[in-house]
Design a protein around this ligand. Structure first.
Ligand code: HMG
Ligand code: MG
Length: 301
């Protein structure tokens, strides 16, 4: 391992949000709650629980209030929720949120399709949201989607991503998650973007969010690790995708990530068996087999 490789990594579980927002079948609120509780039992330090967005945009998460109110919250574990606007913040606070994530993109066209706002407009929207969140002591994350490529743009220049990250940073977000929304990134891009981004932003506040559409997610994690990135998003069972990004498939599976990190001797505090239990629980509610390689290996024969 390179000397720059962190010895400890924070795994951010996004399955209950990024995963379930994109499932076809209706999943009962109590199943979502049991899934999140199982992820808590597995030792995940951060579990993105749901989204306080328009139910017309994401009907799958229309029960956000009930989910957040009902889950068991373990001490020391963070349960962020997605918030697109002030209305979302009001709802999230009323349901007891203590951590939120705002989300924009490096692609204007994607952002319009996703949240009906250009990048500039979305940043303007976040100003009062983040101001209020900060005043209330709420932890905040800013997502940037389409950082490595987009179906709506010829290419995404790393400088564009850095510019958006700087603007989120200026609004005081605690963490910035760099999204490969449609799973097109390759490790050289991760190295190039990380080098540029961390000139301005402390590397300890940068997370990488890889979808595994083309099978490059773990290779991208390794590239990120070697650059010193220590926060990675993943999704139990490999659930996931964005309904407004054609071709977006599941996130990197949490089991696959933990298996690799365990093998490399990198601490996460997460039990691989515990994640398998959570994934098995949610997989029973889906209409397709999970994509996680580790889960397939662990449950075959
Ligand atoms: P809009 O239509 O421009 O907003 O949508 P609006 O203010 O005109 O409101 C439209 C309707 O939504 C109204 O209801 C509002 O009350 C309601 P109506 O009067 O028509 O009945 N509304 C809300 N309801 C509940 N909670 C709210 C809320 N706000 C408005 N917070 C809006 C703009 C942002 C609301 C909409 O486009 C939206 O909700 N988008 C969410 C899209 C989304 O969640 N996408 C997936 C997450 S992003 C992602 O997956 C990428 C990521 O994983 C990283 C990566 O992979 O790159 C994070
Ligand atoms: Mg995503």
């Amino acid at each position: 391992m390179l000397a720059s490789t962190p010895r400890r990594v924070t795994v951010v579980e996004v399955g209950p949000r990024d995963g379930l927002q994109n499932e076809r079948v209706e999943i009962a609120t109590d199943v979502k709650v049991r899934f999140i509780d199982a992820l808590t039992s597995a030792g995940l330090p951060v579990i993105e629980a749901t989204s306080f967005v328009s139910a017309k945009s994401i009907p799958q998460l229309a029960d956000a209030d009930a989910v957040l109110r009902t889950v068991r919250r373990a001490p020391g574990v963070r349960y962020p929720v997605l918030v697109p606007n002030e209305r979302g913040l009001e709802r999230a606070l009323a349901a007891g949120a203590t951590a939120i994530a705002v989300f924009t993109a490096a692609s204007d066209e994607f952002n319009r399709r996703n949240i009906n706002a250009s990048i500039d407009e979305s940043i303007d929207r976040f100003v009062p949201v983040l101001k209020r969140a900060k005043a209330d002591g709420i932890w905040t994350r800013g997502y940037i989607s389409m950082c490595f490529g987009s179906p709506f743009d010829e290419q995404i220049a790393p400088e564009r991503v850095v510019e958006v990250a700087r603007r989120l940073d200026a609004l005081g977000v605690d963490e910035i998650s760099v999204g490969d929304t449609i799973g097109v990134a390759t490790p050289n891009q991760v190295v190039e973007l990380t080098a540029l981004l961390t000139k301005d932003i402390d590397i300890g506040r940068v997370a990488m969010h890889f979808h595994d559409t083309r099978g490059t997610a773990l290779a991208n994690v390794l590239a990120g690790l070697e650059c010193g990135i220590s926060i990675f998003d993943s999704s139990a069972a490999g659930l996931g995708g964005c309904p407004y990004a054609p071709g977006a498939s599941g996130n990197l599976a949490t089991e696959d990530l933990i298996y690799m990190l365990d093998g490399m001797g990198i601490q996460t505090g997460v039990s691989l068996d515990g994640v398998v239990t959570a994934s098995t629980l949610i997989a029973q509610a889906l209409d397709h087999p999970p994509t996680s390689k580790y889960l397939q290996a662990a449950t075959s024969g």
